[in-house]
Design a binder for this molecule. Structure first.
Ligand code: ATP
Ligand code: MG
Length: 157
């Protein structure tokens, strides 16, 4: 099934509107309309539920979340970035591990399980994609996803 990534991400953001408003966060969305991908929409949606809920959880009130996508040769590049607390360099290599959380005390207070990113990585790979993270403590975190660019066959007229 061909899915519009723009409307899929918009539908995820809709479910998070209240949190975004309560934390007075800014959200920047820049996804080309022709970004389509052949996926299981529910599994693909889970990637953005997990990444965006992290971006909101680990960013202080007044912060910013950005989602943008563009073409690069035969790939789609998609970034989910925030101006949040960041991840220390020594923890970065482990954040995709199941149950790994950076700060146990802080993480417990925010009540997750540490599975979100392990699921994200799995689902990105299921869709033949790659995921990469960059972060700076106190500045923010950027997840970069790349997917092979395929297009639905356009119908002969
Ligand atoms: P859950 O299973 O509910 O998602 P979680 O958010 O703790 O729990 P992950 O989503 O796998 O688990 O993230 C693992 C850890 O990586 C988090 O506990 C947090 O410390 C760190 N982390 C993830 N995303 C961000 C982010 N955008 N900014 C800062 N730290 C992050
Ligand atoms: Mg999470």
């Amino acid at each position: 099934k061909w899915v519009s990534v723009q409307s899929l991400i918009q539908s995820v953001i809709k479910t998070m509107e209240d949190q975004i408003r309560e934390k007075e966060m800014t959200l920047d969305l820049n996804i080309p309309e022709d970004f389509q991908i052949e996926v299981d929409p529910d599994r693909f949606r889970q990637i953005f539920i997990n990444l965006l809920s992290n971006a909101i959880t680990y960013t202080s009130p007044g912060g910013k979340v950005m989602v943008a996508a563009w073409n690069k040769q035969d790939h789609w590049v998609l970034k989910v970035a925030d101006t949040g607390i960041g991840i220390p360099p020594e923890d970065l290599p482990r954040i995709f591990e199941r149950f790994y959380r950076v700060d146990k005390a802080r993480a417990r207070a925010s009540g997750g399980t540490g599975l979100g990113l392990a699921i994200v990585k799995h689902l990105v790979e299921v869709h033949d994609g790659k995921i990469h993270v960059e972060s700076e403590v106190g500045k923010g975190t950027t997840f970069t996803l790349t997917f092979e660019r395929k297009q639905p066959e356009t119908e002969e007229k």
